[in-house]
Structure formats: structure tokens, C-alpha cells
Design a protein around this ligand. Structure first.
Ligand code: ADP
Ligand code: MG
Ligand code: ZN
Length: 514
């Protein structure tokens, strides 16, 4: 039996820039989000990750005869909040549907999903696409087709083969702990007009969606653990045409970088097929992170017939307008807006804010400023010394045992003149080493700027007397030569002096204007 006639040259690609001269890409992004509810979509089983196989199951999620599902209210509320945050309409009445197909890790032989009656539809999300080699930053409005509720499948493990895939395996194991975990699938309308920036739009959209889901606190949003998975549909049409080409659907892309790369790769592959006068084969594709290519999955026609029909064992979901408005009241400030507001409040430059966002330090800086530190000090610690330390130790910056209150306390010690910068660093080392809070560490290590001006003046006099050549330079107008003297004064004071004060005193003693 021949399932498909594959074009022989389908794995050729053309140069990306060349492809974009002749074709306009169209994308459709389907994102599956695993919710963070305590229990499953249709039963009371726990959803925790990492439990022993098949310990979080019951007759409902195992699909045993006669078992009756009940909808998880918390999951429906999360779905509505996601829909509202995506500017969608919320259906006043909708049903679940059975999507019928066989797969060994799906014990009911159908997935309970939604079909033509999604809980949320017709929305949009404005996405900021950052500047890149390809051009300026810009805003792209992603139109959302729908967001619907469904359940996850179980997990198969294929044992014995070299690849971990079913082909070549000796036997397969199935774990149903994941079966029935609530999923929301968010589907975009076809995205057009992004031109050569299409792969960047795809990445920026998934990133913006992830930030939004995190702010909503509806999912763990760990892409590497599969909490957020993206299927990327791509097609090309000749420039000037408005008839969409045949799409391919690259499945389960699970990092932001991969979303961009997979879309880019498919554009170059489709272009080669169309250039050769051949037809793109409508199918799913597998993304290969290591080689950066996709390979054929299964043929997929738009007419695939899952024999959808309304789920007879579940009552319809009918949120009242009051419920919807109550949930709208729980929406967080949109992440992009929040970042802009905080940047202004903190007085950071665009570059500084980008570093803070990339370091994932927005929340911790917010807490640190709230605890009383200056925004500048909060940024310096969390994206500087502490970030480096966390990186070396291979932990998150928030796992170093340093709290926002510690930073605020340390910043206070610097501002009241007890510590200079290098002393503050030593104190921080002590805090990271578990020696206690900043004041405690400073006390224990005897770190304190010498406030006794007499001692500082004596050190200044001694250094001036020992360096007549430098003194001559300074008095001849080379004020920057004072740096050498400051260094020596600091040494005399065993580091426990305020460098700015030492400089002032040196110049005053020499009768030179700073
Ligand atoms: P499927 O059942 O195949 O997953 P969906 O409707 O769930 O279908 O998702 C298809 C996605 O592909 C949607 O985001 C849709 O906007 C997009 N899409 C549809 N046609 C095309 C096309 N010709 N090129 C690119 N994307 C497309
Ligand atoms: Mg789909
Ligand atoms: Zn169960």
C-alpha cells in the first residue's frame, strides 16, 4: 500500500533571503498549554509531575466502562481567564466533543476536546518583535482563532530500540498519570504580512503567550518540560498572490529558539519544492533540534475525519455574564505594559531593562525595591555579582539564599556610609556563604569604613610625603594622577576608607581644585 508519493527532492532548501524574494510565508500557530490545576480535567486524580507510573489514575482517566467524568471548575476558570487575556469572546454556552481515534496511550479511544463550540474565540494579542539583524523592532497583532479545552494523553515509553521511537523497540510501556491533565489549545488565524520577519514573529508570539500565561498563573509554563508546546503550520504563496499554499505542521516544538528555527527551515524547504515546480505535501513534520531540520511525520489532510460528536456524559459549560466579569476582574496587568511601567519607575535604559528581563529578574527587583533598595542597586546586584555566582553554581539567582530584604539592608549600609563597594561585595560573599544577614556579616568580619578623619588625614599625609613626583604632576594640573595616591591611601587604610573622601582630602591637602 502506498500512503503517499513523496517528491524526490523534498529535502532540498534554498537560501532564506532568496526564498523571501519570491514567496510570502503564512503561519498558523497552535499552542498547547498544560494547566497547573491540582486535579485532572474530568476526575479528582492528582496532576503532580514525577510520581511513580500509573499511581495517579482512576476509572475515569483510565477509561473504564461506566466511569463518568465531571468537569474541573478550576480548569474552566483558567480557560476563561486565558480567553479574556487574549481579548477573546467567551461562549455563553459550549460543549465538549469526542475526537475519536485509537492510540495506546489514550485509553478511552477518544480524546475529550472541543470542536465547533470552543470556550473562547476571536481574540488577538499584540506582540513586540525585537530589533534584529533583519531590521527594526515592530509590533505585530496576532489574531486568535480560538482557545479550547481538552485533556492530555498518557505517555508511552518505547524500550529496546536505539531511537526511543516505536520502530525497532522490543516493547512499549504506558504511563497514564498524564492522561486527563487539563490542556488549553490556543490556535491563531493564518498570520500573513510578516515577510522575512515571520520566524521572529512566531518566536515573539510564543514568548509573549508564555509571559501572559505566567502572569495569569494558570500554568508552570516550562517549555522544556512540555508545559507549553507549539505546533507550527507554515505555507508559502507566490508574492502578489493571496491564495494560501499547502501547509505543513511541525509538531511539538518545545523551545522559543526552536520555534523560530523550525519556521525558518520550513520556509526554505517549501521554497525549494515550489521552485522545482512540485507540490508541497500536506503532512505533519518532526523537528530535530540537533540538526536543525524537519522530517516527514504522517500525512494529514484537512478532511481527516475524527467523527467528532458532542460528549453525552458531560453537561454543557455555561458561564454566567457575572462569572465572566468576576474573572475579568482577576486579570493581571498585561506583561508588556507592566514592563514599560516598571522601566519608567526604575529609570532603567532600554538596554538595562532588556538585561533585567533576560535574566528573569523583574519580579525579584520589584520585591527588592519594595523592601527599600534603590532600583540601581537592586539591578546591579541581581544582574551582576549574584547572576554570575548563580551561573557558576548552576542554580537560579533566587536560590542563592540571598533575599530582597538582604539586598535592601546591604544597600542601606552603603548609603549610610558604613560600607564602600568593595566591602559590600565582601559582605555579600558572607551572606551567600550563609554567615547571616548583611549587618551581621559586616559586624562579624569587622567591615566598616573608618569614620575617623584623623586616621585618613594621617594616611594621606604619609602617601603625599612618599610620592613627590606624583604630587608634582597633580600640582602641575594633572589631577587624574591622584588615582595612584588614592590607591595607596586605601592600602594604608586596609581598604576600610571611602575612596571619594580620600580623593577629596588629597586634593584639599595639596590645595588643588577637584
Ligand atoms: P489542525 O486540525 O490541522 O490542527 P487547526 O485548525 O487546529 O487544524 O490549526 C491549523 C492552523 O494552521 C491554524 O492556526 C490555521 O490558522 C493555520 N492555517 C490554516 N491554513 C493554513 C495555511 N495554508 N498556511 C499556514 N497556516 C494555515
Ligand atoms: Mg489543531
Ligand atoms: Zn483519574
Amino acid at each position: 500500500m502506498t500512503i503517499s508519493a513523496r517528491p524526490i527532492h523534498q529535502e532540498d532548501t534554498v537560501d532564506y533571503a532568496e526564498a523571501l524574494e519570491r514567496y510570502e510565508p503564512v503561519m498558523g500557530l497552535e499552542v498547547h498549554v498544560e494547566l497547573n490545576t491540582a486535579t485532572k480535567m474530568f476526575c479528582g486524580c492528582a496532576t503532580g509531575f514525577g510520581a511513580d507510573p500509573n499511581t495517579q489514575t482512576c476509572p475515569v482517566c483510565l477509561g473504564l466502562p461506566g466511569a463518568l467524568p465531571v468537569v474541573n471548575k478550576a480548569a474552566v476558570e483558567s480557560a476563561i481567564r486565558i480567553g479574556l487575556a487574549l481579548n477573546c469572546q467567551i461562549a455563553p454556552w459550549c460543549r465538549f466533543a469526542r475526537k475519536n481515534y485509537f492510540y495506546p496511550d489514550m485509553p478511552k479511544n477518544f480524546q475529550t476536546s472541543q470542536y465547533d463550540e470552543p470556550i473562547a474565540f476571536d481574540g488577538w494579542l499584540e506582540v513586540e518583535v525585537p530589533a534584529s539583524e533583519a531590521g527594526e523592532a515592530f509590533t505585530y497583532r496576532v489574531e486568535i482563532e480560538r482557545a479550547h479545552m481538552e485533556e492530555d494523553t498518557g505517555k508511552s515509553t518505547h524500550v529496546g530500540g536505539a531511537t526511543g521511537r516505536i520502530h525497532g523497540a522490543d516493547y512499549s510501556l504506558v504511563d497514564f498519570n498524564r492522561a486527563g491533565i487539563p490542556l488549553i489549545e490556543i490556535v491563531t488565524k493564518p498570520l500573513t504580512g510578516a515577510g522575512d520577519r515571520a520566524p521572529e514573529v512566531a518566536k515573539a508570539y510564543v514568548a509573549a503567550l508564555r509571559d501572559l500565561l505566567k502572569a495569569l498563573d494558570v500554568s508552570e509554563v516550562k517549555m522544556e518540560q512540555g508545559n507549553v508546546r507549539c505546533d507550527a503550520n507554515v505555507s508559502l504563496m507566490p508574492k502578489g498572490s493571496d491564495t494560501f499554499g499547502t501547509r505543513t505542521e511541525t509538531k511539538n516544538v518545545n523551545s522559543l529558539r526552536s520555534v523560530e528555527r523550525a519556521v525558518r527551515y520550513e520556509i526554505t524547504r517549501h521554497a525549494a519544492i515550489l521552485d522545482a515546480g512540485e507540490k508541497v505535501f500536506q503532512e505533519t513534520r518532526h523537528w530535530h533540534e540537533d540538526t536543525g531540520i524537519t522530517t516527514a511525520g504522517r500525512p494529514k489532510s484537512d478532511a481527516d475525519d475524527y467523527r467528532y460528536f458532542p460528549e453525552p456524559d458531560l453537561v454543557p459549560v455555561a458561564p454566567s455574564p457575572e462569572d465572566v466579569e468576576r474573572l475579568r476582574g482577576t486579570l493581571p496587568e498585561p506583561p508588556a505594559q507592566r514592563r514599560k511601567r516598571l522601566q519608567e519607575e526604575w529609570g532603567y535604559s532600554d538596554l538595562e531593562m532588556r538585561d533585567v528581563v533576560n535574566a528573569g529578574a523583574v519580579e525579584v527587583i520589584e520585591e527588592t525595591v519594595a523592601a527599600g533598595a534603590s532600583p540601581a542597586a537592586a539591578r546591579k546586584w541581581w544582574t551582576g555579582d549574584l547572576a554570575r555566582r548563580a551561573n557558576t553554581d548552576g542554580v537560579a539567582v533566587t536560590e542563592l539564599g540571598v533575599t530582597p530584604a538582604h539586598i535592601a539592608e546591604l544597600d542601606g549600609l552603603v548609603r549610610e556610609g558604613r560600607l564602600n563597594d568593595s566591602m559590600a561585595r565582601q559582605v555579600m560573599e558572607g551572606v551567600v556563604a550563609g554567615e547571616g544577614g548583611p549587618t551581621q556579616v559586616a559586624d562579624a568580619r569587622g567591615l566598616e569604613l573608618v569614620q575617623d578623619d584623623g586616621a585618613l588625614q594621617a594616611a594621606v599625609d604619609k602617601v603625599i610625603a612618599a610620592n613627590p613626583d606624583v604630587v608634582e604632576k597633580i600640582q602641575g594640573g594633572k589631577v587624574q594622577a591622584a588615582g595612584a595616591l588614592i590607591g595607596q591611601v586605601m592600602k594604608e587604610m586596609r581598604g576600610q576608607a571611602d575612596a571619594a573622601k580620600a580623593r577629596e582630602l588629597i586634593l584639599a591637602t595639596l590645595g588643588v581644585e577637584g
